[in-house]
Ligand binder design. Structure first.
Ligand code: NAD
Length: 276
């Protein structure tokens, strides 16, 4: 039976270390939300609470949903120029008339606490990461907590998003793991199961409850489930938890696995961006 890989516990340890680093320094994190969105409301609430715990000032700017792409860029620029602001987040999703993939490049790389500016992503490409995207950083922390020896390990990532699968694959490749990235095309080709069965370490970031059958999981594999899916009034991941837990050596719970670490990574990026 698998042991639980609880990000919540590691997040608490990192939080204590961050408190030490912050001490009495004044840090400010500015967050921009365009229009209303229940999904980002939840994430904002978690960010606000954690910032408060760490003594970080958190300012939320609610812009109207009709804010144009150009107006948003002007607003970001004002925060870029404001010396009191250490980090900037633009909450996703953005209204459809704003090209969300284009927005992260307007945040100064040194204030880009989500690690999504092309300069920060480019540093990952060249094997010299500085500010990491938060969820891949959370996955790396989970693996580090288990010893972090990844050389030659077969790692299968399901999902090739810009915020999770793509940067994570590069980070793991640089640790000399053998990385395979699967996605919708893999499923359509009927090959998902065969890849999952090979994984010493399986990371899923899809957003489909029970997509990964527990019986596909390799004996003693490490399973990191990034997916967040609402089923009735429960939150579950992408992996059939009960069955997978019978075979894996370690498995993240959902909730309580990757999520709490993702938010703390944002704060660690802020502390690092401020040079503390
Ligand atoms: P996304 O939503 O941008 O893309 C989904 C990915 O899944 C794509 O690569 C797509 O090709 C793949 N996919 C879709 N259907 C598939 C199928 N049938 N078989 C195989 N692959 C399939 O991805 P994302 O932004 O990484 O989000 C994925 C999930 O992770 C969502 O549930 C999201 O809420 C969650 N998430 C959680 C955290 C966290 O901190 N816990 C952070 C980011 C995302």
């Amino acid at each position: 039976m698998a042991k639980l890989l609880e990000g919540r516990i590691i997040a608490e340890q990192i939080k204590s270390l961050l408190k030490e680093r912050i001490k009495s320094s004044k840090l400010k994190l500015d967050s921009i939300q365009v229009g209303d969105n229940p999904a980002s409301d939840l994430y904002i609430k978690a960010q606000k609470k954690l910032a408060l715990d760490l003594g970080i000032e958190y300012e939320l700017h609610n812009l109207p949903k009709e804010t144009s792409h150009d107006k948003l860029i002007v607003f970001i620029n004002q925060l870029n120029l404001n010396k009191a602001v250490n980090g900037i987040i633009v909450q996703m999703p953005l209204p459809l008339h704003i090209d969300y993939k284009d927005i992260s490049r307007y945040i100064l790389p040194e204030k880009d606490v989500e690690g999504m500016h092309p300069v920060n992503l480019g540093k990952i490409f060249f094997g010299k990461p500085k500010i990491l995207p938060c969820t891949p950083a959370a996955v790396i922390e989970l693996l580090n907590s288990l010893g972090g020896f990844l050389q030659g390990k077969e790692i299968v990532i399901i999902g090739h998003s810009e915020i999770v699968g793509k940067p994570l694959s590069l980070l793991l490749m640089d640790k000399l793991a053998t990385v395979c990235v699967c996605h919708i095309g893999t499923s359509k080709a009927g090959k998902l199961e065969e890849h999952v069965r090979r994984a010493d370490i399986l990371v899923t970031s899809v957003g489909k409850a029970n997509l990964i059958k527990g019986e596909w999981v390799k004996e003693k594999a490490i399973v990191i489930d990034v997916g967040i899916n609402k089923v009735g009034d429960k939150i579950v991941g992408d992996v059939e938890f009960e069955e997978a837990a019978k075979r894996a050596s370690w498995i993240t719970p959902v909730p309580g696995g990757v999520g709490p670490l993702t938010v703390i990574m944002l704060m660690r990026n802020l502390v690092e961006a401020a040079g503390l």
